[in-house]
Design a protein. Structure first.
Length: 414
């Protein structure tokens, strides 16, 4: 009887944990600009959703002035056409506090664009930027409206001051604006892995691709050995985890893949890793490479040349920016999801993309990934000079099963 009670209580506990996890996941909210994304922590988002009596008389916009008449006027709350009665449903001071923190990463003076090339490669580049100032009042209005519509994302309102030199003034290739970017985080990587990521980023940096040209990651990467600047790092291969030059480069290729996906470019070659690796979460959005056997390729089908400009940002954060000329295509995604998870760590993942081209053609794709059990790759060898074996490194892919994407001839990962 006691065992049954304990089993029942444990079952309730597990259900409670699952429910709590699902609740936390449902709380996610993102604030976006054209170039940045800010994920609001679930703990902060919960506070946003707790109504406060001071929301309609919020005085924190200018704490030093702290006058009700001033604040009500600044918020537009004295003008009935601008008053949002739904403010009372949310904690506006908490929303404002979040925006105050974000503003420091958005606001800035104008910068002139710089674009210099040598031998067909960009060697100095600054896309330039207009001066920017976060419009807090309008952004709060927009956030509250999006919350009312149960959206999980809101676009921030930015006031801009134009720079003197635009990107379009620096070249005649049609490299005029940001098309898309992909990002990833490699926190927790061993020192050699971080070193190789930085070397790999510099190999791909400045690539200029003509209209209709195919991008090959390995082409611009070149040889991967000590003579070309790489260090040995543990790499997961079919026979086990072994040291090889260039371990960690898949962080670079996976980030490039995400950027190409967001740009809506046709992906002609891509494969997932042999097993799910923590650096590439969410699973299904990775792209493994291995010179001589596996590449990442896509076609620049935009109206002009494109420039690939990766940036290593603080916090072990990597972004790949693609600049060029936008067309009227529309790119939409189904959130990547995993399924068929097994106790041995094997699983499958799908990432759906719909591209509506300028002529109205709709192309739906599902990029499929099949991950094996990590236990298949547990044999380890020591790094030259010593080293700590790790499981979360880059595997050489094993042959993928036959698969076809929905409504497209592209094939995807293993």
């Amino acid at each position: 009887m006691l065992k049954r009670i304990l089993k029942y209580n444990i079952g309730l506990l597990i259900l409670g944990v699952v429910f709590f996890s699902l609740s936390e996941r449902a709380q996610a909210f993102t604030l976006v600009t054209e170039e940045q994304e800010f994920n609001i922590p679930s703990s902060d988002f919960k506070v946003w959703q707790k109504p406060t009596a001071t929301s309609l008389k919020f005085v924190a916009l200018e704490p030093e002035k702290n006058a009700e008449v001033f604040v009500l006027t600044e918020l537009g709350l004295r003008n009935k056409t601008k008053t949002k009665s739904t403010f009372v449903n949310y904690n506006v001071p908490a929303i404002y506090s979040s925006l105050k923190d974000i503003a420091s990463e958005i606001n800035g003076d104008p910068e002139d664009a710089v674009f210099k090339t040598e031998n067909g490669v960009a060697v100095e580049f600054n896309p330039g930027r207009n001066g920017r100032d976060l419009d807090t009042k309008s952004s709060i209005d927009q956030i509250v409206s999006d919350l009312d519509e149960e959206k999980t994302q809101s676009t921030l309102v930015i006031n801009e001051t134009e720079s003197n030199v635009k990107l379009s003034d620096t070249n005649d290739m049609g490299i005029n604006e940001l098309i898309a970017f992909g990002e990833s985080n490699y926190s927790g990587s061993p020192a050699n892995r971080i070193f190789n990521i930085k070397v790999g980023v510099n190999k791909e940096k400045g690539t200029i691709l003509a209209q209709g040209e195919t991008f090959s990651f390995n082409k611009y990467l070149g040889p991967v050995d000590g003579e070309h600047g790489f260090l040995p790092e543990l790499v997961i291969k079919k026979e086990g985890t072994v040291p090889e030059f260039g371990g960690g480069l898949c962080q670079v290729s996976s980030t490039m893949f995400r950027a190409a996906m967001k740009a809506g470019f046709p992906i002609t070659e891509r494969r997932n890793h042999s097993y799910a690796v923590q650096y590439y979460a969410p699973q299904g959005t990775d792209a493994t490479i291995y010179p001589g056997s596996q590449d990442l390729k896509f076609i620049n089908d935009s109206p002009a040349h494109i420039l690939i400009w990766p940036v290593l940002e603080k916090g072990n954060h990597l972004r790949f920016y693609i600049y060029g000329t936008k067309d009227e295509r529309k790119v939409e995604f189904d959130a990547p999801y995993t399924y068929d998870k097994q106790p041995d760590g094997s699983m499958k993942a799908n990432w759906g993309r719909t591209v509506t081209t300028t002529d109205g053609t709709i192309k739906k794709e599902v990029f499929k990934s099949v991950y094996q059990s990590p236990a298949l790759f547990h044999k380890t060898l020591e790094l030259p000079g010593g080293g700590t074996p790790v499981e979360n490194t880059d595997p050489v892919p094993t042959p993928p099963p036959t698969q076809t994407n929905s409504e497209t001839s592209n094939t995807s990962g293993q």
